[in-house]
Ligand binder design. Sequence first.
Ligand SMILES: N[C@@H](CCC(=O)N[C@@H](CS)C(=O)NCC(=O)O)C(=O)O
Length: 212
Amino acid sequence: MIDLYTWTTPNGRKASILLEELGIDYTVRAIDISKGDQFAPKFLKIAPNNRIPAIVDHDTGVQMMESGAIMLYLAEKYGRFLPEGDARWPAVEWLMWQMGGVGPMFGQVHHFVKFNSGKSAYAEERYSKEAKRLYGVLDRRLDGRDYIAGAGRGEYSIADMASWPWISRYEWQQIDLNEFPNVRDWYVRVAERPAVQRGYQVPRYVNDVPLP
Ligand SMILES: N[C@@H](CCC(=O)N[C@@H](CS)C(=O)NCC(=O)O)C(=O)O
């Protein structure tokens, strides 16, 4: 049995969407980061960086922070959503692209543009420009493909599950998805998956999955 420590954020939803896709039993432990639950000493023992998501796998004794590591761990453990052979490393590559680019940069857009608008024109411009650039990179990657990684037109994988929850906040980022048609079509394709719909509402309902 796996315990998932999470909240209603893109990084949290990455893990809950994967667990829903895997169809395994797991226990949700809500860490309300708006109330400071992430700083509780008990949580710190599991997640030394004070961030969600984190998991404890009671089958193996593994406890882990960092959403990218959690996704790799679960995909490997259950043998799903990480392509085999030549397609494996591109999936890891695009997972790392999300971890190093999309997550940190979009996070700054949310901070400066959505929640602190008017405080720093420089930061708003810098991070919005970088977010748009990353949308462009993803749009080009998805040209002629249904999914980010995998052979041929692609195979749904943890690379998609990692980026999708960040793209789901396109309104916060003031992005018109119609400017990035390949991203828009992929976003809707992934949004239609029942497991994605369920995982989005963990640990609780905030809003319906946004649709362009
Ligand atoms: N690189 C980490 C980032 C995790 C992260 O930033 N989580 C946010 C929510 S999306 C958080 O816990 N924030 C709490 C805080 O800022 O104190 C991961 O991918 O797991």
